[in-house]
Design a protein around this ligand. Structure first.
Ligand code: ADP
Ligand code: MG
Length: 259
């Protein structure tokens, strides 16, 4: 049965999509069966997975609004070894359409219920806002993975996000957990980054992943080749960091299951 992990942060440009694509590819490389769901109308995770968002694709719009069968939407030929539910500009209309529909917060959860046993992990890449798409993701998820940059205002934003998650969880998904906090685009030579990183560990303790994602140009370049970094340059520090993250998530999961 798949574990559903939503990758969320209301801030844009913190590395959500980069994490979604590279973690999906890394987890798939460990022979887990992985599904990635792109919930952002920008379709960056779709393009980064080698699927043309301008091409003849079905999207989460078809899944959530039209209730088109999963098998007719899922893309199995991505540039990673994972499956993908794409997004593109059409997804912008989901928000408005859902307002007219019944059970609008649980549409994604219901759709995933039917396919959960086909996968070990389902990752969901969220838009940088708290809209009905994000609410659907939080409702469907077991846990939230929060990527963040260690900047001056990061902790404030993070505290606000944690509150939002707690509130939402109360309403729609009381079992929702914080999967972990991931430091992205990390530059160890930056003193502020080190300070913020220390504070983060003090506040959130074990929730902060030991794995740190460094600032690495290969991670930024790979999407323009429609590929996760590990298939673009597998020796890059970025590709290796996401493989390490997949390992850390698997080890944590085993610990919880044994306990
Ligand atoms: P979000 O999905 O949160 O908006 P992205 O994953 O799209 O963030 O990242 C924002 C930008 O930063 C993109 O251009 C991406 O390629 C780049 N980027 C993300 N992570 C890294 C990293 N670790 N090193 C270098 N560039 C990165
Ligand atoms: Mg994104």
């Amino acid at each position: 049965m798949a574990k559903v992990i939503v990758i969320a942060n209301q801030k844009g440009g913190v590395g959500k999509t980069t994490t979604a694509v590279n973690l999906a590819a890394s987890m798939a490389a460990t022979k887990r069966k992985v599904l990635l769901i792109d919930l952002d109308p920008q379709g960056n995770a779709t393009m980064g997975s080698g699927i043309d968002k301008y091409g003849d694709v079905s999207t989460v719009y078809d899944l959530l609004v039209d209730e088109k069968p999963f098998e007719e939407i899922v893309e199995k030929e991505t540039s990673g070894e994972y499956h993908l539910i794409p997004a593109n500009g059409d997804v912008t209309a989901v928000e408005v359409k859902l307002m007219e529909l019944f059970a609008r917060e649980v549409r994604l959860r219901n759709a995933l219920e039917l396919v959960k046993e086909q996968y070990d992990f389902i990752f969901i890449d969220c838009p940088p806002s708290l809209n009905m798409l994000t609410v659907n993701a939080m409702t469907a998820a077991d846990s939230v993975l929060v990527p963040m940059q260690c900047e001056y205002y990061a902790l404030e934003g993070l505290t606000a996000l944690m509150e939002t998650i707690t509130q939402l969880a109360k309403l729609v998904n009381p079992d929702l957990k914080i999967e972990g906090i991931l430091r992205t685009m990390y530059d160890p030579r930056n003193r502020l980054a080190n300070d913020v990183s220390e504070q983060l560990k003090q506040h959130f303790g074990e929730k902060v992943y030991r794995t740190v994602i460094p600032r690495n140009v290969r991670l930024a370049e790979a999407p323009s080749f429609g590929s996760p970094a590990m298939y673009y340059d597998r020796t890059s520090t970025g590709a290796k960091a996401y493989l390490a993250l997949a390992g850390e998530i698997l080890r944590r999961k085993e610990q919880v299951e044994v306990a």
